[in-house]
Write a protein of this length. Structure first.
Length: 159
């Protein structure tokens, strides 16, 4: 799902429907069930919003809600707390590998640096992020998945 886009959409505010150019930077659309801009296969259930956590945490599936705030927008992931550089400095790849293995997560990456950049501690608590979206009336919860494997492509991978 794209998380940096601008689209013309119709939204209602102050009792009137208006066409607006909605720019989503770091968010994604979360249209509710029945929204006319949804393709027919999604119209009955609403637009799924995939919210990945980190390599070591759950990922969520959310859906837009009828009175969706923020122009029917939602987060598209947990969001970083550390820059990639800071994560490499603070998360030795051996420790990251041991932590994930202990949690039963199989990790395969093209580079040690790439794995350290994506260390679980480099990300916000996805449970809190998802709960914030729910409390802000942007989305509703539909499902959660626990990690079992992670495959990463590092910056030194030629593909």
């Amino acid at each position: 799902m794209s998380h940096n886009l601008a689209k013309l959409e119709t939204h209602t505010g102050d009792g009137a429907a208006r066409e607006l150019c909605v720019h989503r930077k770091g968010t994604t659309r979360a249209f509710p069930p029945g929204h006319p801009d949804l393709p027919e296969p999604l119209r009955e259930e609403g637009q799924p919003v995939l919210v990945p956590g980190s390599m070591g945490t759950a990922s969520y599936v959310l859906v837009g809600v009828a009175d969706g705030q923020a122009f029917h927008s939602a987060c598209h992931g947990a969001g970083r707390t550390l820059s990639r550089h800071a994560a490499v400095q603070r998360a030795p790849v051996e420790a990251v590998g041991r932590e994930l293995a202990a949690a039963g997560v199989l990790v395969r990456g093209a580079s040690a640096r790439g794995l350290a950049e994506e260390a679980p501690q480099a990300y916000k608590d996805v449970d809190e992020v998802v709960d914030t979206c729910r409390r802000a009336r942007c989305t509703a919860f539909t499902g959660v998945r626990s990690p079992h494997s992670f495959i990463g492509v590092g910056e030194d991978d030629p593909s």
